[in-house]
Design a protein around this ligand. Structure first.
Ligand code: SF4
Ligand code: MSK
Length: 649
């Protein structure tokens, strides 16, 4: 008997998606939810990670009857090689994003980018200072050029460890040095990872997995870190902003344009151009009340964080946005863009426009983003969307009346300011709240949606339970958008749902208990926050000692593998709601958990049930608190200067 298809309520958590999946069925449009059913059970060998197609004597698979591939590679080697390749791909994606920004930043410094500028001069000085670049008495462009060259070397450095590693606490760096995983330039690390996983090179699973951690550090403390820092300099360091999330942000009477992907350079330009009087006039002439820009996935997060632009949805809503029949144009760049978009759009009037030579899709219109005339490029795109407004079919339009208000924009600088005020901006109040036990610890909940989990359900249940238990939540990516869609990114959430201690702190400071810190590259902000906590004192001398845990509840991409690895290599335990494809090798599973924890201070733990994950997270946090000696019932101790110096960070 054929298996019955799942009902929309079983696939997704939010009403807007439920309504739109039903509309897709009525419109006979195929979505990822349908294709997932059609895929049936995933391939067993792929799931175990024991399929090797690295050379053309294969593909080989490991079974009890054939425990080695043709060349003699066993399950440990094959699983570890596959894992390293995933980590390298994730690192490459973030780092290429960072490189594009670094190249543009360099051109700005050289005066060759007329349409872009340094928006946040304070950020330029702050970040240059961190890299030891002299700022006093120097022209802005001179500082920017030296910083741009420093950033470029984070990709190309051949024999020098990355300079960004120096932003981590000394004891954390010492672990990397001792275990020999200090990375060189991201380019070299990715190339070396590909070399070592070529047929007949590195076969020791431990050596391969250590390389995965090393490669990932070139992402978290390299390429992605650079991307976040340059974005802050070019477009502004985020500060708390109000906005809304879910498909209900689309507007019936306006031209709707959605930006989707990851890199902020084009979306920033579009966000400026929609307010151009010429564009507003053009839209009015076309019979629209104006142009409504909204975002999807991490491009959404970039322009949400800095401009409060509305979020239309997270990863598994990209097709649904088109199915509302209200989107004139979806502008895409790189990463997490489904190749199905043009075929979904074929049933409506939406134009899918790809904008970069490295990411084309059959059926999409390709309009290369002209960097030298960026503003004009943005205006041309918007005009094309406006021209398409007349093709909207009101009979096919159904915008769900579902959206939730939210506050985002919590950069480390913003958190520091909120905690301490303008004169005494510092992490001290947070450290004190953790030491006193009002906040038990911190959870970074990050990553994607995955069709294998009811969308947002693991993310939202784990988040709800952890704030009840007085854990402060730092979020990025689609996981942050899940909280936004659920209406939980507001200070009022603290009043209604947080445990007493966390609520008191949030009320005193005026922050929500769930802080939206940005896009996937902005996971580096979480590392930065953890470092700030160490520098502030009283919670250990390395990131590994801070009562903090990483969680990737519904992750799906190779980038998430790299992110998980750099959290673990930085000393943070990471709970996975979805397993890696490694269970075909007990040794690899063990090494990524116990082996990594022994070496770096953190390990990977797969827990499919969110409530079990909560228990584990609390036990990990409490164990770190015990080790720090802050669980003793003692009078609150304020650290004096001598105490702080003794923390030796
Ligand atoms: Fe098979 Fe070895 Fe070739 Fe992999 S590298 S496909 S295990 S022969
Ligand atoms: S967009 S990598 S689905 S978080 Fe960054 Fe979302 Fe994951 Fe893409």
């Amino acid at each position: 008997m054929a298996k019955e298809a799942k009902r929309p309520e079983e696939l997704v958590s939010d009403q807007a998606s439920i309504e739109t999946i039903l509309k897709a069925q009525l419109d006979c449009v195929e979505t990822c939810f349908v294709r997932a059913e059609a895929q049936g059970m995933p391939c067993k060998f792929g799931t175990l990670g024991v399929c090797c197609k690295i050379c053309h004597m294969g593909p080989c698979k490991i079974t009890p009857k054939s425990p080695r591939g043709v060349c003699g590679a066993d399950a440990d080697t094959i699983v570890a090689r596959n894992f390293l390749r995933e980590t390298a791909a994730g690192t490459a994606a973030h780092s290429d994003h960072g490189r594009h920004l670094a190249l543009r930043f360099k051109k700005i410094a050289e005066g060759k980018e007329p349409d872009y500028k340094i928006t946040d001069v304070k950020a330029l000085h702050r970040i240059a200072g961190k890299y030891g670049i002299k700022t006093e008495g120097r022209a802005q462009n001179e500082i920017a050029l030296e910083l741009a060259n420093t950033f470029m070397s984070e990709f190309t450095s051949q024999e020098e460890p990355l300079k960004t590693l120096n932003l981590a606490p000394e004891k954390t760096r010492a672990v990397w040095k001792k275990t020999k995983i200090e990375p060189y330039g991201a380019d070299r690390m990715v190339v070396e990872a590909m070399h070592r996983t070529h047929m007949g090179v590195d076969h020791d699973y431990r050596n391969l997995l250590d390389m995965a951690f090393r490669t990932s550090l070139a992402d978290g403390w390299g390429g992605a870190h650079v991307a976040t820092q340059i974005s802050d300099i070019m477009f502004g360091t985020p500060e708390p902003v109000k906005s809304s999330a879910n498909l209900g942000v689309l507007e019936e009477k306006k031209v709707n344009i959605i930006v989707h992907g990851h890199e902020p350079a084009l979306s920033e330009m579009l966000a400026t151009a929609v307010y151009d009087p010429e564009i507003i006039e053009y839209a009015k002439k076309a019979g629209a009340e104006g142009v409504n820009l909204a975002g999807l996935c991490c491009t959404a997060n970039e322009i949400l964080m800095r401009r409060g632009i509305n979020v239309a949805g997270n990863f598994l809503q990209q097709e649904l946005a088109i199915i509302t029949g209200a989107v004139e144009m979806m502008v895409v760049d790189v990463q997490c863009v489904m190749p199905s978009l043009p075929s979904v759009a074929a049933s409506y009037h939406t134009l899918v426009v790809s904008t970069t030579d490295i990411a084309k899709t059959i059926g999409a219109i390709h309009m290369e983003f002209d960097e030298d005339h960026a503003y004009l490029s943005a205006k041309n795109l918007i005009k094309k969307a406006i021209d398409n407004f007349k093709n909207r079919d009101p009979k096919k339009m159904q915008i769900p009346k579902v959206k939730e208000p939210l506050i985002a924009g919590f950069s480390v600088e913003a958190i520091r300011y909120m905690l301490g005020g303008s004169f005494r901006a510092s992490f001290r109040p947070l450290n004190d709240a953790i030491i006193q036990g009002r906040i038990r610890g911190i959870a970074g909940i990050v990553g994607c949606n995955n069709i294998k989990t009811k969308t947002d359900s693991y993310i939202n249940s784990i988040t709800r339970e952890l704030i009840k238990r007085n854990v402060l939540i730092l979020k990025t990516g689609c996981a942050a958008q899940a909280s936004g869609k659920a209406g939980k990114l507001t200070p009022e959430t603290a009043l209604g749902e947080a445990g007493q201690g966390l609520r008191e702190v949030c009320e005193a400071v005026g922050i929500p208990p769930i802080l939206h810190m940005g896009s996937c590259v902005d996971n580096t902000r979480i590392l930065e926050a953890a470092s700030e906590i160490v520098y502030e004192g009283g919670l250990g001398d390395s990131i590994a000692k801070v009562p903090a845990v990483g969680v990737a509840p519904e992750w799906m991409s190779e980038k998430a593998v790299a992110i998980g690895c750099y959290f673990v290599a930085s000393g943070v335990d990471v709970i996975l709601g979805q397993p890696f494809h490694i269970s075909g090798s007990e040794n690899v599973v063990k090494y990524l958990d116990e082996g990594a924890r022994e070496k770096y201070g953190g390990g990977f733990i797969y827990i499919p049930d969110p409530m079990e994950a909560v228990e584990k997270i609390m036990s990990l946090i409490e164990a770190k608190r015990e080790k720090l000696g802050i669980n003793k019932k003692a009078e609150r101790k304020l650290l004096d200067m001598k105490d702080r110096r003794s923390t030796n960070v």
